[in-house]
Design a protein around this ligand. Structure first.
Ligand SMILES: [Zn+2]
Length: 350
Protein backbone atom coordinates (compact mmCIF):
# COMPACT_ATOMS: atom_id res chain seq x y z
CA UNK A 1 0.00 0.00 0.00
CA UNK A 2 1.19 3.48 -0.83
CA UNK A 3 1.39 5.21 2.52
CA UNK A 4 -0.32 8.55 2.37
CA UNK A 5 -0.99 8.50 -1.35
CA UNK A 6 -3.81 10.84 -2.19
CA UNK A 7 -6.62 9.52 -4.27
CA UNK A 8 -7.45 11.65 -7.29
CA UNK A 9 -11.19 12.21 -7.11
CA UNK A 10 -13.06 13.02 -10.31
CA UNK A 11 -16.37 14.83 -10.06
CA UNK A 12 -18.76 14.93 -12.99
CA UNK A 13 -20.85 18.07 -12.88
CA UNK A 14 -22.61 20.34 -15.32
CA UNK A 15 -25.16 23.10 -14.94
CA UNK A 16 -27.12 21.64 -17.85
CA UNK A 17 -28.40 18.97 -15.45
CA UNK A 18 -30.73 21.69 -14.13
CA UNK A 19 -32.48 21.83 -17.51
CA UNK A 20 -34.61 18.88 -16.44
CA UNK A 21 -37.58 20.48 -14.69
CA UNK A 22 -40.21 17.91 -13.82
CA UNK A 23 -42.49 20.48 -12.18
CA UNK A 24 -42.56 22.79 -9.20
CA UNK A 25 -43.65 20.23 -6.63
CA UNK A 26 -41.66 17.27 -7.94
CA UNK A 27 -39.14 15.97 -5.39
CA UNK A 28 -36.48 15.24 -8.04
CA UNK A 29 -35.85 18.92 -8.64
CA UNK A 30 -32.91 20.97 -9.95
CA UNK A 31 -32.32 22.37 -6.45
CA UNK A 32 -30.85 19.00 -5.43
CA UNK A 33 -27.82 19.47 -7.65
CA UNK A 34 -27.69 23.23 -7.14
CA UNK A 35 -27.24 22.63 -3.41
CA UNK A 36 -24.61 19.94 -3.98
CA UNK A 37 -22.62 22.06 -6.47
CA UNK A 38 -22.69 24.99 -4.05
CA UNK A 39 -21.19 22.73 -1.38
CA UNK A 40 -18.55 21.49 -3.85
CA UNK A 41 -17.49 25.05 -4.66
CA UNK A 42 -17.17 25.84 -0.98
CA UNK A 43 -15.56 22.66 0.33
CA UNK A 44 -13.77 20.93 -2.53
CA UNK A 45 -12.94 23.62 -5.10
CA UNK A 46 -9.23 22.85 -5.13
CA UNK A 47 -9.20 19.19 -4.18
CA UNK A 48 -11.20 17.44 -6.89
CA UNK A 49 -10.81 17.09 -10.64
CA UNK A 50 -13.87 18.39 -12.45
CA UNK A 51 -14.94 16.26 -15.37
CA UNK A 52 -17.04 17.83 -18.08
CA UNK A 53 -19.68 15.42 -19.35
CA UNK A 54 -20.72 15.02 -22.97
CA UNK A 55 -24.09 14.01 -24.34
CA UNK A 56 -24.33 10.25 -24.68
CA UNK A 57 -24.77 9.20 -28.30
CA UNK A 58 -27.95 7.45 -29.41
CA UNK A 59 -25.83 4.42 -30.19
CA UNK A 60 -24.72 4.33 -26.55
CA UNK A 61 -28.26 4.80 -25.20
CA UNK A 62 -29.52 2.02 -27.46
CA UNK A 63 -27.06 -0.40 -25.92
CA UNK A 64 -29.82 -0.99 -23.36
CA UNK A 65 -32.88 1.01 -24.46
CA UNK A 66 -35.18 0.24 -27.37
CA UNK A 67 -35.01 2.63 -30.36
CA UNK A 68 -38.78 3.18 -30.01
CA UNK A 69 -38.38 4.41 -26.43
CA UNK A 70 -35.38 6.57 -27.31
CA UNK A 71 -37.40 8.24 -30.07
CA UNK A 72 -40.25 8.80 -27.60
CA UNK A 73 -37.87 10.60 -25.23
CA UNK A 74 -36.42 12.74 -28.04
CA UNK A 75 -39.93 13.75 -29.14
CA UNK A 76 -40.58 15.25 -25.68
CA UNK A 77 -38.54 18.21 -26.96
CA UNK A 78 -41.61 19.27 -28.96
CA UNK A 79 -43.85 19.92 -25.96
CA UNK A 80 -43.62 21.93 -22.76
CA UNK A 81 -44.50 18.90 -20.66
CA UNK A 82 -44.88 15.18 -21.27
CA UNK A 83 -45.49 12.39 -18.80
CA UNK A 84 -43.12 9.52 -19.55
CA UNK A 85 -44.77 7.82 -16.57
CA UNK A 86 -47.22 9.16 -13.97
CA UNK A 87 -44.29 9.93 -11.63
CA UNK A 88 -41.86 10.90 -14.38
CA UNK A 89 -42.88 14.15 -16.06
CA UNK A 90 -40.41 15.86 -18.35
CA UNK A 91 -40.08 19.30 -19.90
CA UNK A 92 -38.89 20.15 -23.39
CA UNK A 93 -35.24 20.21 -22.32
CA UNK A 94 -35.21 17.18 -20.04
CA UNK A 95 -33.86 14.97 -22.82
CA UNK A 96 -30.64 17.03 -22.82
CA UNK A 97 -30.09 16.39 -19.10
CA UNK A 98 -30.99 12.71 -19.58
CA UNK A 99 -28.46 12.24 -22.39
CA UNK A 100 -25.92 14.14 -20.32
CA UNK A 101 -26.55 11.97 -17.24
CA UNK A 102 -25.62 8.85 -19.18
CA UNK A 103 -22.79 10.69 -20.92
CA UNK A 104 -21.49 11.93 -17.56
CA UNK A 105 -21.22 8.39 -16.22
CA UNK A 106 -19.44 7.23 -19.36
CA UNK A 107 -17.08 10.20 -19.19
CA UNK A 108 -16.38 9.41 -15.54
CA UNK A 109 -15.47 5.85 -16.44
CA UNK A 110 -13.17 7.06 -19.21
CA UNK A 111 -11.52 9.57 -16.88
CA UNK A 112 -10.52 6.70 -14.57
CA UNK A 113 -9.33 4.52 -17.43
CA UNK A 114 -7.14 7.31 -18.78
CA UNK A 115 -5.67 8.02 -15.33
CA UNK A 116 -7.19 11.47 -14.86
CA UNK A 117 -8.68 10.23 -11.61
CA UNK A 118 -8.66 7.11 -9.44
CA UNK A 119 -12.26 7.22 -8.41
CA UNK A 120 -15.17 9.21 -9.76
CA UNK A 121 -18.47 10.53 -8.47
CA UNK A 122 -20.93 11.49 -11.21
CA UNK A 123 -23.21 14.10 -9.66
CA UNK A 124 -25.88 13.88 -12.30
CA UNK A 125 -29.63 13.96 -12.71
CA UNK A 126 -32.12 12.64 -13.63
CA UNK A 127 -31.36 9.42 -11.74
CA UNK A 128 -31.38 6.13 -13.62
CA UNK A 129 -31.79 2.92 -11.67
CA UNK A 130 -35.55 2.52 -12.22
CA UNK A 131 -35.42 3.18 -15.99
CA UNK A 132 -36.46 0.14 -18.01
CA UNK A 133 -35.39 -0.96 -21.47
CA UNK A 134 -38.55 0.45 -23.05
CA UNK A 135 -39.84 3.03 -20.58
CA UNK A 136 -38.99 5.58 -17.97
CA UNK A 137 -40.28 5.32 -14.42
CA UNK A 138 -39.55 6.33 -10.85
CA UNK A 139 -38.12 9.77 -11.85
CA UNK A 140 -35.65 8.00 -14.19
CA UNK A 141 -35.44 8.50 -17.96
CA UNK A 142 -32.40 6.52 -19.10
CA UNK A 143 -30.58 3.90 -17.08
CA UNK A 144 -27.34 5.80 -16.48
CA UNK A 145 -25.38 2.94 -14.92
CA UNK A 146 -27.03 0.29 -17.05
CA UNK A 147 -25.75 1.95 -20.21
CA UNK A 148 -22.36 2.52 -18.60
CA UNK A 149 -22.06 -1.14 -17.63
CA UNK A 150 -22.98 -2.33 -21.11
CA UNK A 151 -20.69 0.26 -22.70
CA UNK A 152 -17.77 -0.78 -20.50
CA UNK A 153 -18.34 -4.35 -21.62
CA UNK A 154 -18.67 -3.64 -25.34
CA UNK A 155 -16.07 -0.89 -25.64
CA UNK A 156 -13.47 -1.96 -23.09
CA UNK A 157 -14.18 -5.66 -22.63
CA UNK A 158 -15.00 -5.62 -18.91
CA UNK A 159 -16.70 -8.93 -18.31
CA UNK A 160 -17.16 -8.88 -14.53
CA UNK A 161 -18.90 -5.69 -13.49
CA UNK A 162 -20.21 -5.24 -9.97
CA UNK A 163 -23.08 -2.83 -9.45
CA UNK A 164 -23.77 -1.89 -5.82
CA UNK A 165 -27.10 -0.11 -5.29
CA UNK A 166 -27.46 1.49 -1.87
CA UNK A 167 -30.40 3.74 -2.77
CA UNK A 168 -33.31 2.97 -0.42
CA UNK A 169 -35.42 1.83 -3.39
CA UNK A 170 -34.81 -1.31 -5.39
CA UNK A 171 -33.13 -0.60 -8.73
CA UNK A 172 -35.61 -2.64 -10.73
CA UNK A 173 -34.35 -1.11 -13.99
CA UNK A 174 -30.78 -2.26 -13.47
CA UNK A 175 -31.91 -5.66 -12.23
CA UNK A 176 -34.13 -6.27 -15.25
CA UNK A 177 -31.43 -5.24 -17.74
CA UNK A 178 -28.95 -7.82 -16.51
CA UNK A 179 -31.14 -10.45 -14.85
CA UNK A 180 -30.10 -13.22 -17.25
CA UNK A 181 -26.40 -12.32 -17.44
CA UNK A 182 -23.32 -13.01 -15.41
CA UNK A 183 -21.21 -10.18 -16.82
CA UNK A 184 -22.99 -7.85 -14.43
CA UNK A 185 -23.36 -8.74 -10.75
CA UNK A 186 -26.08 -6.67 -9.08
CA UNK A 187 -26.32 -6.19 -5.31
CA UNK A 188 -29.09 -4.03 -3.89
CA UNK A 189 -30.21 -3.04 -0.42
CA UNK A 190 -33.61 -1.41 -0.19
CA UNK A 191 -36.61 -1.13 2.03
CA UNK A 192 -38.76 -4.20 1.87
CA UNK A 193 -42.18 -3.68 0.33
CA UNK A 194 -41.62 -0.11 -0.83
CA UNK A 195 -41.67 1.33 -4.31
CA UNK A 196 -41.13 -0.31 -6.80
CA UNK A 197 -42.24 -3.41 -4.82
CA UNK A 198 -39.57 -5.64 -6.34
CA UNK A 199 -36.25 -6.92 -5.04
CA UNK A 200 -37.36 -9.74 -2.77
CA UNK A 201 -34.84 -12.27 -1.48
CA UNK A 202 -35.85 -14.87 -4.04
CA UNK A 203 -35.09 -12.64 -7.05
CA UNK A 204 -31.66 -14.04 -7.81
CA UNK A 205 -31.34 -13.97 -11.60
CA UNK A 206 -32.31 -16.36 -14.34
CA UNK A 207 -30.59 -18.68 -16.82
CA UNK A 208 -26.89 -17.86 -17.08
CA UNK A 209 -27.45 -15.02 -14.63
CA UNK A 210 -28.80 -17.22 -11.86
CA UNK A 211 -27.07 -16.21 -8.63
CA UNK A 212 -25.67 -12.97 -10.07
CA UNK A 213 -28.44 -10.80 -8.60
CA UNK A 214 -28.39 -10.37 -4.84
CA UNK A 215 -31.33 -8.64 -3.23
CA UNK A 216 -31.05 -7.69 0.41
CA UNK A 217 -34.41 -6.26 1.49
CA UNK A 218 -34.04 -4.31 4.70
CA UNK A 219 -36.36 -4.22 7.69
CA UNK A 220 -37.50 -0.90 9.13
CA UNK A 221 -35.23 -1.06 12.15
CA UNK A 222 -31.96 -1.32 10.22
CA UNK A 223 -29.14 0.78 11.69
CA UNK A 224 -25.88 2.02 10.19
CA UNK A 225 -23.81 -0.77 11.71
CA UNK A 226 -26.19 -3.50 10.56
CA UNK A 227 -26.05 -2.24 7.00
CA UNK A 228 -22.27 -1.89 7.04
CA UNK A 229 -21.72 -5.35 8.46
CA UNK A 230 -24.07 -6.87 5.88
CA UNK A 231 -22.40 -5.06 2.97
CA UNK A 232 -18.86 -5.74 4.15
CA UNK A 233 -19.50 -9.46 4.46
CA UNK A 234 -21.40 -9.91 1.20
CA UNK A 235 -19.11 -7.70 -0.87
CA UNK A 236 -16.00 -9.21 0.71
CA UNK A 237 -17.10 -12.57 -0.64
CA UNK A 238 -18.16 -11.11 -3.97
CA UNK A 239 -14.68 -9.62 -4.35
CA UNK A 240 -13.04 -12.91 -3.54
CA UNK A 241 -15.22 -15.21 -5.59
CA UNK A 242 -16.55 -13.06 -8.47
CA UNK A 243 -13.44 -10.87 -8.78
CA UNK A 244 -15.03 -7.78 -10.39
CA UNK A 245 -12.99 -5.67 -12.78
CA UNK A 246 -15.14 -2.57 -12.36
CA UNK A 247 -17.42 -1.30 -9.59
CA UNK A 248 -20.38 0.94 -10.30
CA UNK A 249 -22.33 2.37 -7.38
CA UNK A 250 -25.95 3.53 -7.59
CA UNK A 251 -25.43 6.07 -4.84
CA UNK A 252 -28.80 7.21 -3.58
CA UNK A 253 -29.11 9.05 -0.29
CA UNK A 254 -32.85 8.71 0.27
CA UNK A 255 -32.05 6.13 2.93
CA UNK A 256 -31.04 8.95 5.26
CA UNK A 257 -33.22 9.28 8.38
CA UNK A 258 -34.20 12.84 7.46
CA UNK A 259 -35.27 11.95 3.93
CA UNK A 260 -39.05 11.97 3.41
CA UNK A 261 -38.77 9.01 1.00
CA UNK A 262 -36.79 6.76 3.28
CA UNK A 263 -37.71 7.34 6.91
CA UNK A 264 -35.03 4.91 8.07
CA UNK A 265 -32.62 5.18 10.98
CA UNK A 266 -29.61 5.54 8.70
CA UNK A 267 -27.25 8.51 9.00
CA UNK A 268 -24.21 9.95 7.25
CA UNK A 269 -22.16 7.32 9.09
CA UNK A 270 -23.66 4.66 6.85
CA UNK A 271 -22.49 6.52 3.73
CA UNK A 272 -19.09 7.12 5.29
CA UNK A 273 -18.69 3.42 6.00
CA UNK A 274 -20.00 2.37 2.61
CA UNK A 275 -17.54 4.68 0.87
CA UNK A 276 -14.68 3.33 2.99
CA UNK A 277 -15.78 -0.13 2.01
CA UNK A 278 -15.75 0.82 -1.69
CA UNK A 279 -12.15 2.04 -1.30
CA UNK A 280 -11.22 -1.18 0.46
CA UNK A 281 -12.72 -3.16 -2.41
CA UNK A 282 -10.92 -0.96 -4.92
CA UNK A 283 -7.63 -1.75 -3.27
CA UNK A 284 -8.43 -5.44 -2.81
CA UNK A 285 -9.17 -5.61 -6.54
CA UNK A 286 -5.81 -4.06 -7.49
CA UNK A 287 -6.99 -0.46 -7.84
CA UNK A 288 -9.97 -1.23 -10.00
CA UNK A 289 -12.08 1.67 -11.22
CA UNK A 290 -14.94 2.73 -8.93
CA UNK A 291 -17.63 5.00 -10.32
CA UNK A 292 -20.39 6.35 -8.11
CA UNK A 293 -23.45 7.91 -9.70
CA UNK A 294 -26.05 9.93 -7.83
CA UNK A 295 -29.49 8.35 -7.67
CA UNK A 296 -32.08 9.46 -5.06
CA UNK A 297 -31.88 11.81 -2.08
CA UNK A 298 -34.60 14.41 -1.64
CA UNK A 299 -34.00 16.19 1.66
CA UNK A 300 -31.52 18.87 0.69
CA UNK A 301 -29.55 19.28 3.94
CA UNK A 302 -29.04 15.54 4.43
CA UNK A 303 -28.38 15.01 0.73
CA UNK A 304 -25.65 17.67 0.74
CA UNK A 305 -24.19 16.45 3.98
CA UNK A 306 -24.16 12.81 2.79
CA UNK A 307 -22.49 13.70 -0.52
CA UNK A 308 -19.92 15.78 1.38
CA UNK A 309 -19.23 12.81 3.64
CA UNK A 310 -18.67 10.54 0.63
CA UNK A 311 -16.29 12.97 -1.08
CA UNK A 312 -14.42 13.54 2.17
CA UNK A 313 -13.76 9.81 2.41
CA UNK A 314 -12.86 9.52 -1.27
CA UNK A 315 -10.37 12.35 -1.07
CA UNK A 316 -8.80 11.17 2.19
CA UNK A 317 -5.38 9.64 2.26
CA UNK A 318 -5.42 6.04 1.19
CA UNK A 319 -3.66 4.79 4.28
CA UNK A 320 -6.28 6.28 6.57
CA UNK A 321 -9.43 4.73 5.27
CA UNK A 322 -9.13 1.18 6.65
CA UNK A 323 -12.42 0.62 8.30
CA UNK A 324 -13.80 -2.20 10.41
CA UNK A 325 -17.37 -3.32 10.42
CA UNK A 326 -18.13 -5.32 13.57
CA UNK A 327 -20.96 -7.84 13.45
CA UNK A 328 -24.42 -6.93 14.70
CA UNK A 329 -27.27 -9.27 15.48
CA UNK A 330 -29.53 -7.98 12.72
CA UNK A 331 -26.64 -7.79 10.25
CA UNK A 332 -25.73 -11.40 10.96
CA UNK A 333 -29.35 -12.48 10.58
CA UNK A 334 -29.67 -10.80 7.17
CA UNK A 335 -26.33 -12.20 6.04
CA UNK A 336 -27.39 -15.72 7.02
CA UNK A 337 -30.62 -15.33 5.06
CA UNK A 338 -28.73 -14.17 1.96
CA UNK A 339 -26.27 -17.00 2.36
CA UNK A 340 -29.00 -19.63 2.65
CA UNK A 341 -30.65 -18.44 -0.54
CA UNK A 342 -27.46 -18.09 -2.56
CA UNK A 343 -25.36 -20.95 -1.26
CA UNK A 344 -26.64 -23.39 -3.87
CA UNK A 345 -25.56 -21.22 -6.81
CA UNK A 346 -21.88 -21.23 -5.85
CA UNK A 347 -21.41 -17.80 -7.39
CA UNK A 348 -20.18 -15.62 -4.52
CA UNK A 349 -20.59 -17.79 -1.43
CA UNK A 350 -17.70 -19.85 -0.11
ZN1 LIG B 1 -34.51 6.05 -4.23
Amino acid sequence: MDQGKNIKVGIVRDDRYMLHRPGLVHPERPDRLKAIYKMLDKDFASTVTNIQPELATLEQIELVHTPTYVRKVLRTADRDFTNLAPDTPVCSKSYIAALLAVGGCIKGLQAMLSGRCDVCFALVRPPGHHAQRDRGEGFCIFNNLGVTARFSNERYGFSRILIVDWDIHHGNGIQNLFYGEKDVFYVSTHYRGWYPHTGDWGETGTGEGLGYTVNLPLPKNIQDNDLLYLYSQVLGLVMKNYRPELILVAAGFDGHCDDPMGRTHLTEMAYKGLTELMLDLQEAGGNLPVLLALEGGYHLPSLVSSVRTVINVLSGKRSNHRATFPPTELGAELLEKAYQIHRGYHVWTD
